[in-house]
Design a protein around this ligand. Sequence first.
Ligand code: PMT
Length: 410
Amino acid sequence: MGQAPAPMDEHPERRPLDGRHIALGVCGSIAAFKAADLCSKLRQAGAEVEVVMTPAATQFVTPLTFQSLSGRDVVVDMFTAAEPEAHVEVARRADALVIAPATADCLANLAHGQTPDMVTLTALATAAPVLVAPAMDNQMWEHAATQSNVAALRERGIIFAGPVSGRLASGRAGAGRMAEVPAIVGALRAMLGSHDGDLRGRHVVVSAGGTNEPIDPVRYVGNHSTGKMGFAIAEAARDRGARVTIVTGPVALETPAGIERVDVKTVAEMLAALEVATSRSDAVIMAAAPADFRPDVPAGQKIKKQPGQERLALELVLNPDIIATLPGGGVRVGFAAETENLAEYARRKLTSKRLHFIVANDVTAAGSGFGTETNEVVILHDDGRVEELPLQSKYAVGHAILDRVAARLG
Ligand code: PMT
C-alpha cells in the first residue's frame, strides 16, 4: 500500500488560477468585446476578477456585461464608486493587473505615469505584475511614439501579450490585433508563476508525444500518444514559474504561451534535441512515447504491392533508449506505460533508466493513458516509496509530479 498522497492531490480538478485575484482593465477599442470572454475564462479558471473600465470602453461594452460575468461591481469613475478610494483598493487586492485591450493612448499614459481613468490609476497604484494586451491600428502600433512607450514599459517589467498580425477593425491587415484569449490567459499564468511560483528560476524539460519512424516516404511506425500528458506537465511547470522546453513528437496541440517548443519526428531527433535541452536543466520529465524499435532501412521510394503479394516483412532494429542515454538533466523522471504488471515493470525501468522516480500508468484503464484528459498514476521512487494517486486531470497529475520534483530540488 502506498503512502497518503500529498494534499494537492485531494483536488483532482485543480484549476490554474484558483484563488488568484485579477484586476482586469478594459480600454476603448472594438477588441473590448473579447475582454468579456477573457473575464469569463478567468472566472472559469478559478480567479476572482475585478473589472475597471475607461469611459471610452463603456461605449463598446456595458459595465453590466462585466458585472454579470465577474459577479462584482465594475468601476468606471473613482468618484462614483461604491468603495471609497476604489482605485487604491482594487490595485491592492490584485495579484495581477491585466489590461486588455490596451489602446495606444493607454500605453502612452502608462509610460508617462499619467492617470486620466480608472485603468491607468489602478496601474499606477498597484505593486502587482502588469500584463498588457495591446489593440490598435497597425500604423499606430508601429509609430515611433508607441514603440518608444512599449520599450519603456518593457524595461519597467510590464509583460506584453501580442499584438498579433491579422485582420484589423479598419479591414486592413497588419500587426495590432489583440492576442486571442487563450494566449492572454497563458501569458498571465506564466507571469504569475515567474512572480511567485516555486519553480521560478528553474529550467524544466518535458518530452511529449510519440515518434514516427519511417518505413518509406509515406508510412511510419508510430503509436497512440497525443502529447496531452507532456503538454499538461509543461503548462503546470510554466504556471509554477519554470522556464520550460517541450520536445515533442508530431502532435496536433497548440504551443502553450510562454513555452519553448522543439518539434521532432524520430527517436534519433528526440535524443539529439533532448541532449541540447537538458545540458543545464534542473529536471527532465520523459512523458513521450518514443518507439522502442524502428525499421532498419527505410525504403527510398513508396513500397509498392506486388501482384499476388500477401505479406510484407519489416525488419525492425532497437532504437536508443533516450532517457537511459542522457547523462544528467537534473531530477530525472520517467513514465512507464504498461498493460499488465504495472508496479513490477515500472520498478525495473526506474532502475535501468537511472531515474529519481517513475510515473506508472496502466494505459488500458478507463480514463488513463493515451488521448484521455485524465490519468491515474502510481509513483515509484528510487528510495522504495510507492504513491498511488487518484484519477485526476493530466494537469493535476503534472502538478503532483512537479511537487515531487520541487521537493527534490529543495
Ligand atoms: O500523450 P498522451 O496521449 O497524453 O498519452 C500519455 C502517455 C500514455 C504516452 C504517457 O502517460 C506515458 O505513459 N508516457 C510514456 C510512454 C512510454 O514510452 O513508456 P515506456 O514504458 O515504453 O517507456 C519508459 C520510459 O522510457 C518513458 O519515460 C519513455 O519516455 C522512455 N523511453 C522509452 C523508449 C525509448 N526509446 N526512450 C525512452 O526514453
